[in-house]
Design a binder for this molecule. Sequence first.
Ligand SMILES: Nc1ncnc2c1ncn2[C@@H]1O[C@H](COP(=O)(O)OP(=O)(O)OP(=O)(O)O)[C@@H](O)[C@H]1O
Length: 586
Amino acid sequence: MTTKPRPNRAQQQTLRAFLKQYSQSASGLLKLSISLGTFNALLMIASCYLLANAVHQVMFEQANLQAVSPLLWPLAGLILVRALLVALSERVSNLAALKIKNVMRNTLLEKLSKLGPAYSEQKGHGATLNTLHNGVEALHQYYANYIPSVAYSALIPFVILVVIFPTDYKAGLIFLLTAPLIPFFMILVGHKAEQLNQERWQQLAVLGNYFFDRLQGLTQLKLFNATKRELNSISQISDDYRGATMGVLKVAFLSSFALEFLATISVALVAVIIGFRLFFGTLDFATGFVVLLLAPEFYLPLRQMGTHYHAKLEGISAAADMVEIINHSEADEHTGTSPLPLPLKDIKLTALSYHYPETNEGVTDINLTLPNTGLIAFVGESGSGKSTLFDCLLGFHHHANHAISINGQPLSDTALSDWHAQLAWIPQHATLFYRSVADNLRLAKPDACQDELIEAASKAGALEFINALPHGFDTLLGEQGEGLSGGQKQRIALARAFLKDAPVLLLDEPTAHLDSQTEQLINQAICEYAKNHLVLVIAHRLNTVKHADTLYVMQQGSIVESGRYKQLVNDAGLFAKLVSRGEAHA
Ligand SMILES: Nc1ncnc2c1ncn2[C@@H]1O[C@H](COP(=O)(O)OP(=O)(O)OP(=O)(O)O)[C@@H](O)[C@H]1O
C-alpha cells in the first residue's frame, strides 16, 4: 500500500479550519461544558483552602471536630457539587459531540449525493463507508474530550497561578517554570504519532474496501474455491492494520508514561521545596498544605490534554478523508437549482458525450429527442454504452448535464431533485432495504394507502407471492431483499416504480429474471404504462423490443440505427445481425 504523504502546513490548516467550523454547530454546548468544568476547578481551589485550614486548626490549634465543622460541612457540600458538575460537564460535552457528528454526517451524505454514485465507486464503497461511519465516530473523542481538555489546560492552571502567586510566589514560580514541559513534550512526540495515526487510518480504509468487496462476492469466492486464498489476503491486510495500530498504541503508551513521569517529577519538586521551607520555618503549614494540594490539580489538566492528544491525532486523520469528500472538485458537483418547468413535454439530448476518465470509454455524440409518452428501447452489444447513457439521463454524470435539456431547460441548470421526482429507475439489480415489503414500496410514495400498494403490486405481478409471504405486505425483508428470489425482488422494484407513477420510467433488463408467464404479464403492464408515460428500457429480450415504439441500436458508445422492430430487421443492419444471432441484445 502506498502511504499518503503527511499533510503539509496548508493542508493541516484546512483540517483545523474544518474541525473548528463544525465545532460551531455546538459551540453553545461546548462553551457550557467548559464553563462547568472551569467552575468545578474554582470549587476545587476553594475546597483545598477549606481542607488545609481544617487540618491546620486540628494539628496546630488543637481544634476539635465541632470547632472545624464550619469548615468540614461546606467542604462536604463542595465535594458533592463538584461531582455533579463533573457529570454534567461530561454529559454536555458528549451532547455537543453528538450534535456535531450529526451535522457532519448530514453534510457528508448531502455532498456524496451531489457527487453522485461515481465518486464512491471510484473511491471504494468500503472506504467511503469507513469515512462516514468510523471517521465521524473518531471525532467524538476529539470534540467531547480533547477540545474541553485544551480549554482546561489553559484556564485551570492560569486560575491556580492567580490564586497561588499572592499566597506563595515561590511555589507559583515553580509551577510556571515546570508547566510548559508537558506541552513541549507533546509537540515533540506529536509528529511521529500523527504520521502513525495516518498510516493506521489508511490501513483501515483498505481493510474496509477489501471486506466490502469480498463480502459482496462471497458466493462467487466459495464457488471458485477461493475463500481460503482470500482469507489469507484478509489476514495479511488485518495484520498490516494490527501492526499500524500497535505502532500508534506504542507511541501513545510511551508518551502517556513520559507525561505522567514529568507531572509526577514536577509535583515531587514542589513537595520537596515546600518540605524544606516548612522545615526551616520560612512557610506556614496552611499555605504549604494548600500549595501541596493544588500541585497535582495544576498539572492534571495538562496531563489530561496529553491523554486526549491521540484523540486529536485520530480526529485529524479521519477529518482528512472528510475534507477530501467535502472539497471534492466543484466541477464534479451538480450546481443547478432552477425549478423544472412542468408538465414534462420532451427530453432532448444534443451532442451528448461522456467518457469515464479511467478508460476513456462511454458514449459519444448522442443526439436524441424523446417524447413524453411511449416505449423506447435501447439495444446493443455488451459495452456499447446503454447503461452509461441511462446514467447520464439520470443525472449521475454531471459533466454531461449541459447536453440534456428537459422542456427546453438544460439539466445542468435544473435542481436535480426536481428531475429525479419525474423519474422512476429500476437497475439490473434493484436495491431493496432491510424493511417490510410495504415500507420498501412506500419509498416511492410515503403516503400510499394499502389499496395503492395492492394495485402497484398487482400490476407488477408481485401480489400473489407477497400475499403468500408469512406476514404479507408487513413481512420484513432481509438486507438487499434477502429471502426473495431474483425475479421476486425485481417485481417488488417494479411495483415500487409503478407506485411512484413518475412521468418517466427507466428500466434495465426488466424481465431478465422472470419466467415466461410473468414476463408476458409484466411486458403488458409496461406497455400499458407507456400509453401515458415515457418508458425507456435497456432491452435484452425480443419480447420487450418487439412492442417498442422506437428502438435505438447502440455500438461503441454511439447510436447507429433507429426505428421500429420490423423496419430495422428489414434494413439488414446491425440490429438484424443481432437478431439473427438470436442474442437477447436484439
Ligand atoms: N465505471 C466505469 N469506469 C470505466 N469505464 C466504464 C465504466 N462503466 C462502463 N465503462 C466502459 O464504458 C463502456 C460502456 O459501458 P456500459 O456499461 O455503458 O455498456 P452497456 O451497453 O450498458 O453494457 P452491458 O449491456 O454489458 O451492461 C464500456 O466500454 C465499459 O468498459
